[in-house]
Design a protein around this ligand. Structure first.
Ligand code: NAD
Ligand code: UDP
Length: 312
């Protein structure tokens, strides 16, 4: 049994990760400031004697003794991370410094939840880990993108300079149950709109593409990265290489929910990437991992979650 700290554990991905780590027989400490997460996401774990919940902000130092740290604390949706851009940067950068300092003192292995956003609006398609990215450092997304890029640099340097056992995973768009219904991300927006027979909001002409990964596939990849030898530090991409236009996604959601919703076009947000698709060669080779859940299968599960939530 390992003792494991999950920062951002009451969020969408963190709650699934906590569940998985407990199922593997570990003791889990979930740390969260509840900015975008909620107790509701982990309420089913609260009776488990091996689960502990701590209200804390990662921008402040935290002291504990654990074997592993998964650093997920950071708002992930554009609406939320742009709400207080400076706080987002502090969460990524000070959060990484505090958690790396902790890992250094207690000799824990630490994994950073990085993002495909480090590639910005990519000029190379699909994106391999070797691509340096195309990020606007002063644009509306920079608080998130540059914060995560700085965190990656901190992880690499704590590893090189101080011998901390670090891991970086670059997560591509992930969806599933417990996404926040109002966080503005495309999968939750479309499902919620479709279930309410409201217009589906297509930003731009809907020709931009994304690759959608179901949350269980991601959690499996995170688990494998953490538990693969210390010499495997990443960064490693995790995502589903299936690529869809936003228009295709909208049509799929309308069909699967049997909704009478129509499509409406709204302006494309600033610096919205035109295309995004992971190259997962490295994850296949090093971890023997690839996503197992198709978009249709994952959407079914997510639609049924939101049906319950909305009483539809
Ligand atoms: P989320 O917003 O649901 O979860 C983030 C969690 O971090 C929330 O519970 C929030 O309350 C907590 N948090 C935020 N700031 C904090 C702070 N200062 N101190 C302590 N806790 C704080 O988002 P998610 O989708 O679950 O994302 C989890 C991680 O994965 C994030 O680091 C995100 O950048 C990364 N990621 C997610 C995606 C995706 O598609 N969901 C893609 C790439 C990377
Ligand atoms: N998008 C959209 N309608 C929505 C929400 C998002 O067309 O209601 C688009 C958005 O402009 C982007 C894509 O869907 O091109 C994915 O957006 P999301 O916020 O989910 O993730 P990210 O842009 O961070 O990949």
């Amino acid at each position: 049994m390992k003792k494991i700290l999950v920062t951002g554990g009451a969020g969408f991905i963190g709650s699934h990760l906590c569940e998985r780590l407990l199922n593997e027989g570990n003791e889990v400490v979930c740390l969260d400031n509840y900015f975008t997460g909620s107790k509701q996401n982990i309420i089913h774990l609260l009776n488990n004697p091996y689960f502990e919940l701590v209200r804390h902000d990662v921008t402040m130092p935290f002291f504990i003794e654990v074997d592993q740290i998964y650093n997920l604390a950071c708002p992930a949706s554009p609406i939320h991370y742009q709400h207080n851009a400076i706080k987002t940067i502090k969460t990524s950068v000070l959060g990484a410094i505090n958690m790396l300092g902790l890992a250094k003192r207690i000799h824990a292995t630490i994994l950073q939840a990085s993002t495909s956003e480090v590639y910005g609006d990519p000029e190379i398609h699909p994106q391999p880990e070797s691509y340096w990215g195309h990020v606007n450092p002063i644009g509306v997304r920079s608080c998130y993108d540059e914060g995560k890029r700085c965190a990656e640099s901190l992880f690499v340097n704590y590893n090189k300079q101080n011998g901390v056992k670090t891991k970086i995973i670059r997560i591509f768009n992930t969806y599933g149950p417990r996404m926040h219904p109002n966080d503005g991300r495309v999968v939750s927006n479309f499902i919620v709109q479709a279930l309410q027979n409201k217009d589906l909001t297509i930003y731009g002409d809907g020709s931009q593409t994304r690759s959608f990964q179901y949350v269980d596939d991601l959690v499996e990849a995170m688990y494998l990265v953490m538990n693969t030898g210390d010499d495997f530090t990443g960064p490693v991409n995790t995502g589903n290489p299936g690529e869809f236009t936003i228009l295709e996604l909208a049509e799929k959601v309308i069909k699967m929910t049997k909704s009478s919703s129509k499509l409406v076009n709204l302006p494309l947000p600033q610096d919205d990437p035109i295309q995004r698709k992971p190259d997962i060669t490295l994850a296949r080779k090093k971890l023997g991992w690839e996503p197992k859940i198709s978009l249709d299968e994952g959407l079914e599960k997510t639609i049924s979650y939101f049906r319950n939530q909305l009483g539809k």
